[in-house]
Each structure stands twice: as structure tokens, then as C-alpha cells.
Design a protein around this ligand. Structure first.
Ligand SMILES: [Zn+2]
Length: 432
């Protein structure tokens, strides 16, 4: 998240290959990409040969790759150093995320530019080590006052882009009057508390469609006939694009829903609480690797990441609570709930009854309030103290005439009044 008091953001500049010329620059970025992928494999191989659990030190990596990156890939000395350093950093973060599946791999032509020594921006030009000069033709000025950190130069759809990391101070956090609790399941993100409830559809269904398209193509062309072989490269590219599309749908969705939630929380003076999904993610990881499971897993991870990030960015205090029993405990009296119809739960002791997601939201809020103790802004917020059960019950009623209040795919927006001053907004997240 960028350390105490700071956030790392990304500013994007469009650059033109003049005066070096496109063929020269593109050739360098392609060689860099190939050298990077080669380095990742080579360092990983070295770790396996030597039974290492961590990436080796700079000295060992230098000895392993430096000369070869220069001679075989034609990289200038400084760029060769940046290249193996980046390979090391990529491997490290891949290992940190569990290190399973295929080795990470750069697909697009690119080049990593180290902070300070790697490049500088001057007089409307980016000057890269080794004498490259690129004209800036599209300038992201939002973060101009902050110094440039490391950057990546990429080539995508005919354009050269320089993505510059910026360290930006975090905004002054709000003093929350209550908690907006966020519950996540395969179909919906539910954000709410005893007063409000917002539901967002997840992007899993949309992403699954692209995975299925990819699968169908793979099946169709996997009998090894002559024609299939001839067209293999084209098919492979299409399959890859479908997979990329599925991933980018999840990423866009996670970023946008979490932004919406963070902005709502900021506007209404709420802290954000979510469940700590680490254990859930771990148990899903052990399931058979079906497309759906993988996408749900990816969705959870990206949503967690973006929700925390957006809260930081918008100065919203946020915490993660233990998910144990959040959807099976009565939020009013603490008894164990029993199922009562489709996704509905009922308390055998006090009669409390609500939708499973609403139960989870109320319990997450309760846990968060207990953890946050007296840190809420009391004077302006009489409602911050735990609400009486009657009131809580009122808000947990489902909106009338909408038994599955989830506006599937219709794009409609509905606000349903429950009690005076309370509302439940129901809307599917817009498609991107
Ligand atoms: Zn109860």
C-alpha cells in the first residue's frame, strides 16, 4: 500500500518513439521482454537446483545472468542490471502469492526503469539510460507535484506508454460515526449496516462466459489435424485473449465496486469492515481447479486488495474481521440461526429473521464495532451505539414484492423504503 502515510499511484504518460524511431525502440522492448522471461526461468531454475526457498542475492543473480543478457539479448549494461532485478522482484512477489501454477511471464514488449538512475523526465522528454530520448505526447498531470519513482515503458495497441509510480500522501482520514460492513459471496457484494444496504452483482458470471469461449475453442482445435495445426497460432492468440478478457473483467469490476463502496463510506462517515478472507481463499485453493472456482477466487482476492486500497486513497478507516460464524449467528441475541427458506435464516430463540447476506453484514458490523471500541466519533452520532433489536429487525426485512432483491442484469435501480430514514438500494453493477 506504499508505507505509512503514503500511497503508491500510477501516472500514465503517452510517449512517442521520436527521435529514436519506432523500430529501434520496439526492438529494444521486445528484447527486454524476452530477456526478462528468460531471467525469471533461469533464476527459478537456479533456486530449484540449489533447493532455495527464496530468490538468491544480487551477486549470484548478476553472475548468473549479466553477461548473457548483454550478449544474447543485446541489452546495454545498465538495462541488463534492471532486467534481472525486475525478474527477481517478479519472482519474489509470485512466490509471496503462493508460487503455484505456471511461472509469471511478460507478454507485451516492455522495459522497467529504475527510480532515479533509470530515467528522468525533462523538458517534455523522457530520458532513458543508454541515451534513449522519448517525447512525451500525453501527460497525466494529476500527480505532477510528486516525485517520479520506478516506471515501466510498455507497447500496447500501437502506443508506447510510460507508467510512472508516484508516492502520494494519504488524505486526512474521516472520523467514522459507524461501520459499513461488506459481505462477499459468489454472486453479490453486500455493503450495509443497521440502516442501509447496497448490493452489487459480482462479475463472475460475465467472466465465466469468456473462459467458456476459450475452452470451447481449445476443445475444437485439440484433435491435432493438419488444418488445426496450421491455424494454431491464430487460435492460440484468440484463446489467450478470451482468458485475458475474463481477468480484466474481474479486475475492472473489483476496482469499481470497491471505489463505489469507499466513496459511499466517506460521504456518510462510515468506516469499512470486511471479512478476512484468507482462510476462505486457502480452502477454495484446494478445490478442483474449475474455471468458476478460479474466477471466484481471483474476484475475492482482487476485491480485497482494491477495497483496502480505495479506502486508503479516500481516507476511510478500514478493518478486516474474523469471518467465523458471521452468517450463522443471530446478530440480535447471539444464538445459532437455522435455515428458513432460500438463503433465509431464522433465530429459534428470539425470532429474528433475515436474508443470509443481511445477517452477515450485521454480524460483521457488530464485530467491527467491538474491535474499534471507542474510536468512533461519538458526539455527532447517537446511532453509533448498538441499535436496539427492534430497529435492527426492521431493516433486515427484504424489500417488498422482490423476494430475490437482486435486479439481475436488468440495470434497474430501486430504492425501497423500510422504516423512516432507512433504505435499501438494489442495483446490479453496470457492465463494463
Ligand atoms: Zn436471536
Amino acid at each position: 500500500m506504499g508505507g505509512e502515510g503514503f500511497l503508491t499511484l500510477c501516472a500514465v504518460f503517452r510517449v512517442s518513439p521520436e527521435p529514436v524511431g519506432e523500430p529501434l525502440l520496439l526492438s529494444l522492448l521486445r528484447r527486454y521482454r524476452d530477456a526478462l522471461n528468460y531471467s525469471i526461468k533461469r533464476i527459478h531454475g537456479y533456486m530449484e537446483e540449489n533447493g532455495l526457498k527464496k530468490t538468491p542475492g544480487d551477486g549470484a543473480v548478476h553472475g548468473l545472468l549479466y553477461e548473457e543478457l548483454k550478449s544474447r539479448f543485446g541489452l546495454p549494461s545498465r538495462i541488463a542490471v534492471d532486467c534481472y532485478r525486475e525478474a527477481k522482484a517478479i519472482l519474489k512477489s509470485w512466490l509471496g502469492n503462493g508460487g503455484d501454477g505456471r511461472l509469471p511471464r511478460a507478454r507485451r514488449p516492455r522495459m522497467w526503469l529504475a527510480e532515479k538512475q533509470g530515467y528522468r523526465v525533462r523538458d517534455g522528454y523522457v530520458e532513458v539510460i543508454g541515451g534513449l530520448r522519448l517525447k512525451i505526447i500525453g501527460w497525466d498531470r494529476r500527480y505532477d507535484q510528486y516525485p517520479n519513482r520506478q516506471a515501466v515503458l510498455t507497447y500496447r495497441s500501437g502506443k508506447f506508454l510510460l507508467r510512472v509510480a508516484k508516492k502520494v500522501p494519504k488524505p486526512q482520514p474521516i472520523s467514522p460515526v459507524d461501520v459499513l460492513a461488506v459481505d462477499v459471496n459468489e454472486k453479490y457484494i453486500v455493503a450495509g449496516n443497521h440502516r442501509v444496504e447496497y448490493r452489487f452483482e459480482t462479475a463472475v458470471e460475465r467472466a465465466v462466459r469468456y473462459r467458456e469461449l476459450a475452452e470451447r475453442l481449445q476443445r475444437k482445435y485439440s484433435n491435432g489435424s493438419y488444418r488445426a495445426w496450421l491455424r494454431r497460432r491464430g487460435i492460440r492468440d484468440r484463446v489467450r485473449r478470451f482468458h485475458e478478457k475474463a481477468r480484466s473483467i474481474i479486475e475492472d469490476w473489483a476496482r469499481k465496486v470497491s471505489r463505489e463502496i469507499a466513496l459511499t463510506a466517506r460521504r456518510d462517515g462510515y468506516a469499512v469492515a470486511r471479512e478476512d478472507l484468507t482462510y476462505l481463499v486457502e480452502s477454495l485453493r484446494r478445490l478442483p481447479r474449475q474455471h468458476r472456482t478460479r474466477l471466484v477466487l481471483l474476484g475475492y482476492r482482487r476485491f480485497e486488495y482494491w477495497l483496502d486500497w480505495q479506502c486508503e486513497k479516500h481516507g476511510v478507516p478500514h478493518i478486516a474481521v474474523n469471518p467465523k460464524d458471521t452468517s450463522s449467528t443471530c446478530p440480535r441475541c447471539g444464538s445459532r440461526l437455522v435455515e428458513s427458506g432460500y438463503r433465509r435464516m431464522k433465530c429459534p430463540d428470539c425470532g429474528f429473521e433475515a436474508d443470509r447476506d443481511t445477517v452477515a453484514v450485521l454480524n460483521i458490523r457488530r464485530k467491527a464495532l467491538a474491535r474499534m471500541g471507542g474510536s468512533l466519533a461519538t458526539p455527532t452520532a447517537p446511532q453509533m451505539t448498538d441499535v436496539p433489536p427492534e430497529q435492527m429487525r426492521g431493516t433486515s426485512e427484504p424489500p417488498k414484492g422482490n423476494p430475490r432483491p437482486l435486479g439481475r442484469g436488468g440495470g434497474q435501480w430501486a430504492t425501497v423504503s423500510l422504516n423512516e430514514g432507512d433504505h435499501v438500494a438494489v442495483f446490479p453493477f453496470p457492465l463494463y
